[in-house]
Design a binder for this molecule. Structure first.
Ligand code: IMP
Length: 425
């Protein structure tokens, strides 16, 4: 079966663990968007793996890993991950395939991200400074873009880099008064990237169509979350790719209808990093409790995440635009010990009640969450292995979320390890 796993909030929902569980039954795992701004943490036994670019499923030996065309690849990060896994005895040789059409994040993209954010002051977006926005902007602009396939022809790439650096120096100098960048060091780096990455570079669209045609099972792994989607999220406080499941077809060349199941991942509460509206935010001791207990600090940047109550309106939106068949509800154990839980099932905007999430941030800024209050539980649940063993209040909370978001909950996370997952099918 071909499955897509996608985040339904503002990222960091715990997709890595869900993907890792499902990868057991998959022959191929695919990343279809985003770049090293993503951070997936997977805990196996006592080992912790933090990946940014490789699909989380890649830590399983024997699984074929694909980086699709809409992923923006930072070669330093990718080579670091390949070598890091090799040091731990996990080789990607012969099983990692990177799209020749994937765009490359180079040093000047990170510099541009940083210069732009600094110059924006209070208006900054709070990006991860991984060069994601500038690289996607160059992709859309076309004239100054580098793709993975360009590493195959060093002569032509060298010429292209000269032309790009000339343009970037003019731009950075004029806009930010920045020092010029030399082309020599970058060209040397690119030669090293080519040596290491060309062997993995191929036509991944053809590979995926052949694999699906041959009946192989594919797992598509979304990065970030649906509310950070460039077109359908809380623009401009979003990432620069289609991070909902709508990005899948364009992101790897596989039509949406070839995917048999869309599994949405949401936390039992809400978090977000960076700036932007967040109606259910609890900038108080409740938020701090969740942050500390759930270790809500960014995998990529280490930034403390903003925390709040479960936003049923936001998740229901992710379910609708993502064609979600079922949900994985993560971090239920983080809520243990809270006396009462607030669950948002509607917004009030201009005195009117709505259950449809307004992605337009001017309307969202006016939204007042309408909460219902449910009892919490004190019992430790991190060793619970079946739904029926959960405390009554926890079961009621899960069932109420199902009703509000309009999707069954098939998996429940009760701790960071793969084994700490209740499967309800
Ligand atoms: P960018 O993707 O680095 O341009 O950042 C744009 C926004 O997306 C910022 O608010 C980031 O914090 C957020 N963001 C990007 N990647 C992730 C992620 O993997 N998890 C959560 N937020 C993210």
């Amino acid at each position: 079966m071909n499955i897509c796993v996608v985040g339904l909030q503002w990222g960091d929902e715990g997709k890595g663990k869900v993907v890792d569980i499902l990868a057991e039954d998959s022959e191929i795992v695919v990343r279809y968007g985003g770049g090293s701004n993503a951070g997936h943490t997977v805990v196996i036994g006592d080992e912790r793996f933090a990946l940014h670019l490789l699909p989380s499923g890649s830590i399983r030996p024997g699984v074929t890993c694909v980086i699709g065309n809409a992923v923006v690849v930072d070669p330093d990060v990718l080579i670091g991950e390949i070598d890091g896994l090799a040091e731990r005895g996990i080789s990607l040789d012969g099983r990692l395939f990177i799209s020749e059409n994937a765009h490359v994040v180079l040093d000047y993209h990170k510099r541009e991200d940083q210069l732009r954010e600094e110059s924006l002051g209070k208006q900054k977006l709070g990006t991860t400074i991984r060069g994601i926005g500038p690289c996607y902007a160059d992709k859309v602009g076309r004239s100054y873009a580098v793709r993975m396939g360009d590493f195959r022809d060093p002569g032509r790439l060298g010429e292209k880099l000269g032309h790009i650096i000339d343009y970037k120096n003019k731009l950075f100098g004029a806009l930010y008064g920045a020092e010029p960048i030399g082309v020599g060091a970058l060209a040397e780096k690119c030669a090293r990237y080519a040596d290491r990455l060309v062997p993995f570079t191929t036509d991944t669209t053809e590979l995926l169509h052949e694999a699906i045609g041959a009946g192989r099972s594919v797992l598509f792994e979304g990065a970030q979350g649906s509310l950070l989607d460039l077109d359908h999220g809380t623009f401009p406080y979003v990432t620069s790719s289609n991070s909902s499941s709508l990005g899948l077809p364009a992101g790897c060349g596989v039509p949406a209808r070839m995917v048999e199941k869309y599994l949405g991942v949401a936390k039992a509460y809400t978090t977000r990093v960076g700036a932007g509206p967040f109606p259910c935010e609890q900038d108080n001791e409740i938020g701090q409790y969740i942050r500390d207990k759930g270790n809500e600090y960014g995998t990529t940047t280490g930034r403390p995440r903003r925390c709040g109550w479960f936003d049923g309106v936001a998740v229901a939106y992710g379910v609708k635009i993502g064609s979600i068949d079922a949900l994985a509800l993560m971090h239920l154990d983080t809520l243990t010990g809270l006396k009462e839980l607030n669950l948002c099932h509607a917004y009030e905007i201009d005195g009117k009640s709505t259950t449809f999430f307004p992605a337009n941030i001017d309307r969202l800024a006016l939204a007042r969450p309408v909460y219902e209050t449910l009892p919490g539980w004190d019992e430790e649940i991190s060793e619970v292995t079946s739904f029926d063993e959960l405390p009554t209040a926890a079961r009621d909370y899960v069932r109420r979320i199902e009703a509000v978001v309009g999707s069954p909950i098939e998996m429940i996370g009760v701790g960071p390890k793969r084994s700490q997952t209740i499967v309800r099918t």
